[in-house]
Design a protein around this ligand. Sequence first.
Ligand code: SAM
Length: 391
Amino acid sequence: MARALPSWRKLEAHPLLANVDHDQAARLNFLTHLNVHLSKTMVPSMKDAYEQQVKPFIEQPQTRHDIRKAMLNNGFFQMWSALRRNTMEMRHQLGRAIVLPQAKALAAKVQHYNQGQSSLQLDENIEQPINGAIVDIHCQPGGYHTEYFSDDVSVAASYDLGLFVTTAGLLGSLSDGGGQAIVNWLQSEHPKFQPKRILDLGCTIGHNVLPLAQAYPQAQVVAVDTARPSIRYAHARAKALGVENITFVQANAENLSQYADGSFDLITTSMFLHELSSSALANISKECYRLLAQGGLNLHLEQPQYAGMELFEQFMRDWDTLFNNEPFWGPMHDLELDQVFTKAGFDAGSVFSVGVVSKVDPAIFGSDANKGEAQDYGRAPIWNAYGLWKK
Ligand SMILES: C[S@@+](CC[C@H](N)C(=O)[O-])C[C@H]1O[C@@H](n2cnc3c(N)ncnc32)[C@H](O)[C@@H]1O
């Protein structure tokens, strides 16, 4: 059954989302649909290109890097890779073209929600750590942290728009599919686990922490990020969406000494680990162990590690490391996470890995999006979660 493509126009905008006019929406949709084409039509053919046009002419590859070096000369890979890189750059150009002319108005809206609120804690002494400042991460001009004027939130507002393009609407109208997936899993597998104090690290604009705060309305939630404009926007966005039980804190997750040992029952991260250097990951893992109460859970949402994965799949997944300004992606996915977490204090062998999933959003994909055959298109991604219970 042919299914409608995700459309920006169907998005239920929250009050802080930048204004998008007709032509800008058409451009957002074009890039979104190009991304769908690249992943649904071109990616499946990449294996054929490798098997038929490259593999017969090279020595048996020993690593994903051997495959990449050979594929660099393949026309099909070159075309896909250039298009993919371009959709990313165009997403950011378009996001900025939409947001920058309204940057002052957006800052004023954010200020309206943030003024005098103790649930927003900014700290001028916090700098963006080297892992976030060394490159424009995933080609995002200014990363998550650059401010062009006092109270600016434009990088955050542009990120909010652009996620729809890159994820082709699969994370839902509020781009919170990851957080929803964590909640679904906790509620179905651990219904008795009712965390009272929740910590989310590297929250950016808070997409994935909101479902947790809503699922556990009695919990006090703390969401941490180093990036000032993102945390400012996150706080206002949560308020605008009526979520009141989160305190947004500008802080470095490598050192959260303002919180005592055992302060949290649940510590989460979403798509955070792959943007960390190995030393930052080690320090943050230690903080997770220290801050978790006995019986508490640490859950990291991530893409799967490379160990045990077929070399060709590793090569495809590693595209971001080499071509999308994600220098920590490959090194992080090569790590033995068990060892990292054990060194941080967790019990050896206590790491478990589980697939967690959210539903696709009928507001984007239509009312039958989660039924039967229809799940083949627009299906929400299955996330890989690494979990650790503190005994
Ligand atoms: C990929 S984003 C995370 C996405 C977000 N968790 C979500 O679900 O939408 C990575 C975030 O981590 C932040 N970050 C990087 N290093 C950090 C650190 N040491 N402490 C706190 N935040 C950090 C960055 O500023 C950025 O906002």
